[in-house]
Ligand binder design. Structure first.
Ligand code: PEP
Ligand code: MN
Length: 379
């Protein structure tokens, strides 16, 4: 792995020392080399194997340091989301301003389960309430072929056009097959939406080709939800590892091939807890909440953790108490369904959709939590 510093940084710059110290702390052997150009020096720090293999160190460990321009891989990475017991949490921006990650305030994402023709009104209403991170699915993996599957490509354009109109800083939408990544990219361009799009992989989608394709692109962070039958955090990490690995190539003997200068997979990953299957007919919950995975994920892995309290609640009346319970675990994001103005409702998951009035106490709960924990009254 090679860490290339921004041009103009000299070998004795304290920022170079910081990279060297970080590499040493991670068990690597740093070797600093400087290339003198006509005007500038370019400093590169080669991170050679020491007690750890550089192959297994996550890019963000160095990428997040000041003065680092680029982290270049020589050998294919074998990075784990559970690297070094979660030390060096990965913090990255959603949109221009909002930094998310373990150790930072919790942020709210809200919007309809599924994008429909009311999307502009819904996004407008949410924006009016100060919510600028929007969610909405355009391709919905339904359990029955007779249920509404979403508006597809058309839905993406409607969603992004609404987000653009109301200046939303980020939009989360679900992808269920690899071609959807490009569809979203094209819609973004066609509509001229400049905010951050996050692509999510839902609980019913287990397609390794999709996960690898999400890992091979660097335009969009990826939120990965636990599957309905996930038995624990390991299942979620295993899914995330596909995204981290990215687009690997193998030779005819099945060995990973070396491509000097290759980029690693996508490390802007969010792990989302949405509840697991429940079989008790008397339970008030639609899925068993698995918020309690949060501290384990935060201790042992570095990706930000999101909680979706809507799908485990299953009914709007249980969502607020589920949000309150979720906040005890200090997630980085809370994603709720809702936002329809009075008299309107959506084609999917309407029972768990919060009205605008019901979203207000969710915003207040998050703001209070962030004020108490981080001294910042934000949501
Ligand atoms: C959703 O977020 O609308 C959704 C379908 O979620 P999940 O995949 O968790 O059921
Ligand atoms: Mn839903």
């Amino acid at each position: 792995m090679i860490v290339r510093m921004e041009t103009g940084i000299t070998p004795h710059d304290p920022r170079v020392r910081q990279v060297v110290e970080k590499a040493t702390a991670h068990g690597l052997k740093p070797d600093t080399r400087a290339e003198q150009g006509t005007q500038y020096v370019v400093v590169e720090i080669y991170l050679l194997d020491g007690t750890s293999r550089s192959q297994s160190i996550a890019d963000h460990v160095f990428h997040s340091l000041p003065g680092v321009a680029e982290v270049v891989r020589v050998t294919p990475p074998r990075v784990s989301i559970a690297h070094k017991n979660g030390s060096d949490p990965h913090q990255f921006t959603l949109g221009e301003k909002t930094l998310i990650g373990t150790g930072l305030p919790c942020r709210l994402i809200a919007g309809p389960c599924t994008v429909d023709y009311h999307i502009e009104e819904v996004v407008g209403a949410l924006s009016n309430c100060g919510i600028h991170r929007i969610r909405g699915g355009c391709w919905k993996p339904r359990s029955s072929p007779y249920s509404f599957p979403g508006l597809g490509d058309k839905g993406v354009k409607l969603l992004l056009a609404a987000a653009r109109r109301f200046n939303c800083e980020s939009v989360c939408t679900e992808v269920i097959e690899s071609s959807h990544i490009d569809t979203v990219r094209q819609a973004k361009r066609a509509v001229g939406y400049e905010g951050q799009i996050v692509l999510w992989v839902g609980a019913r989608t287990s397609n390794p080709l999709l996960l690898a394709a999400l890992g091979a692109q660097h335009d969009f962070p990826v939120m990965i939800k636990n599957t309905i039958d996930a038995r624990g955090v390991r299942d979620l990490w295993d899914r995330a590892d596909w995204i981290l690995a990215g687009d690997l190539s193998f030779d005819a003997n099945g060995r990973l091939t070396e491509e000097p200068g290759r980029l690693a997979g996508n490390n802007r990953i969010i792990l989302c807890l949405r509840g697991t299957r429940q079989t008790d007919p008397y339970s008030p919950w639609r899925f068993i909440p698995n918020h309690h995975w949060t501290p384990i994920l935060q201790e042992k892995s570095w990706a930000p953790v999101a909680i979706d309290p809507s799908h485990s609640a299953g009914t709007a009346r249980l969502v607020l108490q589920n949000v309150t319970a979720a906040l005890h675990f200090n997630p980085s994001l809370l994603m709720v369904e809702g936002g329809y103005p009075d008299g309107l409702s959506g084609p999917c998951d309407a029972e768990q959709s919060l009205s605008l009035e019901q979203i207000a106490p969710v915003q207040q709960a998050i703001t209070r939590h962030n004020q108490e924990r981080y001294g910042q009254a934000v949501h």
